[in-house]
Design a protein around this ligand. Structure first.
Ligand SMILES: Cc1cc2nc3c(=O)[nH]c(=O)nc-3n(C[C@H](O)[C@H](O)[C@H](O)COP(=O)(O)O)c2cc1C
Length: 170
């Protein structure tokens, strides 16, 4: 993937960071940067390494967990990092690309290998690239039949008045 394309997607994450006091950060690497790419792939769990190391771009999303002001705890840090990442995902999808987010990685290893300072917390890793062909993929990592994926019904999590009462807007 040309680096120019990836930077368009990353600009969307910047739009969130521009407005949010507790700005998050992303560390990115493309497969042609071999040493950096291997270092990032090294943070992934074994199960994710098998497939994710074939992606053109690996991304680590990081929350800024402390405000600069008095080094106070930013209780919305994960929300901010999630918004920045979601913008990236929406932009990538609009450009015909795919992002796959993963919790299966070692945050402490990422801190060590990328020298992430205090006050910043690695949240998740993501691949950015193109849809793979399941027929080229080992059976144990093909994610079932996509048509059978279930979504939680809105009634289960959109409430009104009090917790557990489904909203009339649904
Ligand atoms: C909290 C969380 C952690 C996840 N961790 C991983 C992971 O480590 N590896 C992986 O391949 N997928 C993981 N996934 C699943 C993918 O991100 C999944 O493709 C994504 O949630 C989109 O869901 P869909 O494929 O049903 O549309 C995780 C999902 C969630 C919600």
């Amino acid at each position: 993937m040309p680096n120019k394309n990836a930077s368009t997607e990353l600009n969307k994450a910047r739009e969130v960071n521009a407005d949010i006091v507790g700005a998050s950060a992303l560390i990115t690497t493309t497969r042609d940067e071999q040493e950096k790419f291997e270092r990032m792939a090294d943070c992934l769990s074994e199960g994710n390494t098998v497939w994710a190391r074939h992606a053109p771009v690996l991304i680590l999303s990081i929350a800024k967990s402390k405000f600069d002001y008095k080094n106070r705890e930013n209780s919305h840090a994960w929300h901010d990092a999630g918004l920045a990442t979601q913008n990236l995902i929406i932009q990538a999808t609009a450009a015909g690309l795919f992002v796959h987010s993963m919790a299966g990685f070692s945050a402490s290893r990422a801190v060590e290998l990328f020298e992430i300072p205090d006050g910043y917390e690695p949240i998740a890793m993501h691949t950015l690239g193109y849809l793979g062909d399941p027929s080229d993929t080992p059976e144990e990592i093909v994610d079932g039949d996509p048509a059978k994926r279930k979504r939680h019904p809105l009634e289960d999590f959109v409430f009104t008045g009090k917790w557990g009462t489904s909203s009339d807007l649904i």
